[in-house]
Design a protein around this ligand. Structure first.
Ligand SMILES: [Cu+2]
Length: 130
C-alpha cells in the first residue's frame, strides 16, 4: 500500500516535470520561429503617398524604385479615382475623405494616370518606376 502510493507520487512528479519540459520546449520553439520569421522577412516596402487635393494629384510627378508602393489618399470631400492610361491599374471611386488606394509597382516604366471625373480639368499624374 505504501509502495503503491509512493509510486503514484513519483508518477505525479514525473508528469509535472514532463509538463515543465514540454512548456519550456514550446516557448523555445515559438522563440525560434519568431527569430527565423523576423530575420528572413523582406525589408519593409517603401510607401509613397500621393494626395488628391482640390482637382490635383500632389505630387503630380513621382519617381519611385521598383517594388515600391504608391498610396493615393483622397484629401477632399469630392469623389476621385485613379485610372492608369494604359490600363495597369484602376481604383474604385474614392468617395470619402481619407479613402485610400494602393498599387505596388513591380515593373519599371512610366505610368500616366488620371482621375476619371476630373480628367478634363487636368487631374492627371505620372509615376516613374526606376
Ligand atoms: Cu478627381
Amino acid at each position: 500500500m505504501l509502495q503503491g502510493s509512493s509510486k503514484t507520487f513519483s508518477l505525479i512528479i514525473n508528469r509535472s516535470f514532463n509538463m515543465k519540459i514540454a512548456s519550456v520546449s514550446l516557448v523555445l520553439a515559438c522563440l525560434l520561429i519568431f527569430v527565423l520569421f523576423t530575420s528572413f522577412r523582406q525589408p519593409d516596402t517603401p510607401v509613397y503617398v500621393v494626395r488628391m487635393e482640390g482637382m490635383k494629384f500632389i505630387p503630380k510627378h513621382l519617381e519611385i524604385p521598383e517594388g515600391a508602393i504608391v498610396r493615393w489618399i483622397n484629401g477632399t470631400n469630392s469623389e476621385h479615382n485613379v485610372v492608369a492610361k494604359e490600363g495597369a491599374f484602376k481604383s474604385p471611386m474614392l468617395a470619402q475623405k481619407n479613402a485610400q488606394y494602393e498599387v505596388r509597382f513591380t515593373r519599371k516604366g512610366t505610368y500616366e494616370y488620371y482621375c476619371a471625373p476630373h480628367r478634363i480639368m487636368g487631374m492627371k499624374g505620372t509615376v516613374v518606376v526606376r
